[in-house]
Write a protein that binds this ligand. Structure first.
Ligand SMILES: [Fe+2]
Length: 371
């Protein structure tokens, strides 16, 4: 493996101002076997002030920067230095994905939106393993429209994201926020996208939909119609894209899909909602031989098996845990615990290792390569 140094020089104009010091990041996005994006954000010199009931509230404004690096070598570690001055906070490393089929490891966690001490513990452990990348099944933050929540998220994940690419799915708590699209650089339309590593395919879906504001003047029945039309058109388009993507990658050795709200729930109050989602997506995952579907939203660990597809709810990233009160016929294991998952993708199998908050392995799932 080669080790190459990249200097990303910012203009003197940018760094000539004290306010332009990096405030968020740097962090790695959108890595492929030939490209990567280094992102960071600087604070604008003027904060925005809003007043409510005589009280002032300052809203910091960030300027997002990204350096798109192309024509890189596969499976190669690069180091970068924003500014080229050797300042440790502005430096990092990343590794491009391999072009060939070879073993690699990735981590998955979800619902990191609260109890930041739990999230921090997971981040520390994941960092020690140095996986090739990290997936988040959504609800990264408590309120996607509040910049302070993103500041906390990037603070907790700073050391991890400085060197390991992060691929999230949109959760309901992201609220379809512009901040999500400003901070992340993801493939396709950033709402739903795919990427490959060797012969493994990863697909992120958006089960939340575009967040329109329902006009107040609409009557109740029209309000339902308004939502229905917009939502159905969006999800139908996404489903067609998913079908095309799965057809195109029919030879993939492994297929992992991830999105926020699960298709199978062991939380009683949410079982009804899963039926609707399952009806819409139908047998698409099982028909295409998707081996693993990761979801979040229900704050515990749940492993279900249906038609050869493993449905894993991994939502133990920090948000307060939920009781398990509706075991389903497809349930294999359900544990109310904080956790994350480390997956080893080998030549013929993929092994999912579920790690709890104490660092103990609480479940192991072995997946065979697709025929
Ligand atoms: Fe959620």
């Amino acid at each position: 493996m080669k080790y190459l140094l990249l200097n990303i020089f910012l203009s003197m104009h940018l760094f000539g101002q004290a306010k332009s010091t990096i405030a968020i990041g740097p962090y790695i996005q959108n890595v492929t076997n030939h490209s990567a994006v280094v992102c960071w954000a600087t604070l604008k010199s003027n904060s925005f002030m809003i007043q409510k009931s005589g009280k002032n509230q300052i809203i910091p404004q960030y300027e997002n920067h990204e350096m798109i690096l192309s024509s890189l070598k596969p499976d190669t570690e690069y180091s970068y230095d924003i500014g080229g001055k050797g300042i440790p906070e502005q430096m990092g490393t990343f590794t491009t994905f391999p072009k060939e089929i070879k073993p690699f490891q990735f981590a998955v966690l979800g619902d990191t939106r609260s109890r930041h001490d739990v999230h921090s513990k997971h981040v520390g452990r994941i960092l020690k393993n140095k996986p090739l990348f990290v997936l988040n099944t959504g609800d990264m933050v408590g309120n996607g429209l509040d910049i302070h929540h993103w500041e906390t998220f990037f603070d907790v994940t700073k050391n991890l994201m400085q060197s390991i690419p992060y691929f999230p799915a949109l959760g309901n708590h992201e609220k379809d926020s512009p901040y999500y699209y400003d901070f992340f650089n993801l493939p396709n339309n950033e709402r739903y996208y795919s990427f490959s590593v060797g012969d493994a395919l990863f697909i992120s879906l958006d089960l939340e939909g575009i967040q329109y504001q329902t006009p107040k003047y609409l009557k109740k029945q029209n309000r339902r119609y308004f939502w229905g039309n917009h939502e159905i058109a969006y999800f139908k388009k996404q489903k067609e894209w998913l079908e095309r993507t799965l057809n195109l990658h029919d030879d993939a050795g492994f297929i992992f899909v991830y999105f926020h709200k699960p298709l199978i729930s062991v939380k009683k109050s949410r079982v009804e909602g899963t039926k609707m989602r399952r009806k819409f997506w139908g047998d698409i995952f099982e028909r295409h031989g998707v081996q693993v579907v990761f979801s979040g939203h229900d704050h515990h660990y749940h492993h279900a098996l249906s038609g050869g597809t493993h449905y894993i709810t991994t939502a133990g990233g920090g948000a307060s845990l939920y009781d398990i009160d509706a075991i389903q016929p497809e349930t294999v294991k359900a544990i109310k615990t904080e956790h994350y998952i480390l997956t080893d993708v080998n030549m013929n199998t993929a092994i999912l290792n579920v790690i709890d908050i104490k660092g103990d392995q609480i479940d192991t799932i072995t997946i065979d390569k697709r025929k």
